[in-house]
Design a protein around this ligand. Structure first.
Ligand SMILES: [Zn+2]
Ligand SMILES: [Zn+2]
Length: 330
């Protein structure tokens, strides 16, 4: 089968690898859509997270079961599925407390094992999440990033009176704005991004105000979410959050930097980490798409056949930031 494998920094290759064979507890899934995630870009730029080289990348997908192992009873050939892509260690204190997203050695498919940038993927039956059989399958490729946005909502417990700013209008930022607009209404949402294209998408997502640089932010947000992951945004969050306010950090930072800790003390700010999601967020993501409460596919700006994955990565790696979610079609 065809797959896209990571060989080193900025080196992804489309090549032929053996089609996987499911063991008795696994299913073989035909991948219909696969999304390129921010974390795939951290792999592409810096070689972060990845355990083996070469490795088939990717953890966001929607697909159809093509074959089920002998002990698989609850799933059938033809079922539409995606999967919880987390691979927790199952032995650390977090895992024993069932807090898998804080696992000390948390990894993902596409990093520790074969990912979904391929025609097929084999996964254990207990990782699967059902997608309803009717309607377009494509929006469900966004369940995983949508689950990240839903986890932020649970962490932040947004209230109707909250004035919120979302720094960074990439797929996670946009999906969060959309959730705030459609499911968890707040007083106002301000989007910050340096890209005009992305701010246009933020408007579509439902942002009330859009600003192109940190100086245009007000100084009195109750809650600021950093979904950009650079020094300037996190510093802006400290400056522009109200005293006694909250900063939620969901982005992965590629670099360390000096940080104004004394400002956090003086303003009594709470800085809260938001790491990926829990299984219930993945299930809620399917539900809200299925019920039509969210139409997240506006974040998909480009689709490429699998064999053009190199072009897809180059597009996302470019400085122009015109693309948002890029989807591969095996
Ligand atoms: Zn992802
Ligand atoms: Zn663990």
């Amino acid at each position: 089968m065809n797959a896209v494998r990571f060989y080193g920094i900025q080196d992804v290759r489309f090549e032929e690898i053996p089609k996987p064979i499911p063991n008795k507890d696994e299913v073989l899934i035909k991948v219909m859509y696969a999304g390129i995630c921010g974390s795939d870009l951290h792999i592409y730029h810096k070689g972060m997270f990845i355990l083996h080289i070469p490795e088939t990348m990717g953890h966001e997908f929607a697909g159809i079961i093509e074959e089920a192992g002998a002990s698989v009873k609850d799933w059938r050939v033809g079922d539409r599925v995606y999967a919880n892509p987390m691979v927790p260690c199952m032995v650390c204190a977090s895992c024993l407390a069932k807090s898998y997203n804080t696992c000390e050695k948390l990894s993902f498919i596409g990093e520790i094992s074969q990912g979904c940038f391929a025609e097929y993927i084999c996964l254990p039956k207990d990782k699967l999440i059902s997608i309803p059989m009717e309607g377009d399958l494509k929006p469900y490729v966004l369940c995983e990033p949508l689950a990240v946005a839903l986890n932020i909502c649970r962490r932040a417990n947004f209230q109707r009176e909250d004035k919120v700013a979302v720094l960074g209008a990439g797929p996670i930022g946009l999906l969060l704005m959309h959730v705030l607009k459609k499911i968890r209404p707040v007083s106002s949402v301000t989007a910050l991004d340096i890209s005009e294209e992305r701010l246009k998408m933020a408007q579509k997502a439902g942002a009330d105000n859009c600003v192109g640089n940190a100086e245009e932010l007000a100084d009195d947000y109750d809650k600021i979410v950093d979904a950009a992951g650079v020094e300037t945004t996190l510093k802006a969050a400290v400056t522009h959050t109200k005293a006694n306010g909250f900063i939620y950090v969901v982005s992965i930072f590629e670099k360390d930097f000096h940080f104004p800790i004394n400002d956090i003390v003086a303003k009594q700010l709470s800085v809260v980490g938001c790491n990926v999601y829990e299984k219930e967020d993945l299930e809620t993501a399917v539900k809200v798409i299925w019920e039509g409460r969210l139409k997240p596919d506006f974040v998909i700006t480009h689709e490429f056949p699998l064999k053009e994955a190199k072009e897809a990565f180059s597009l996302l790696a470019g400085g122009e930031k015109k693309a948002s979610k890029v989807v591969l079609k095996p």
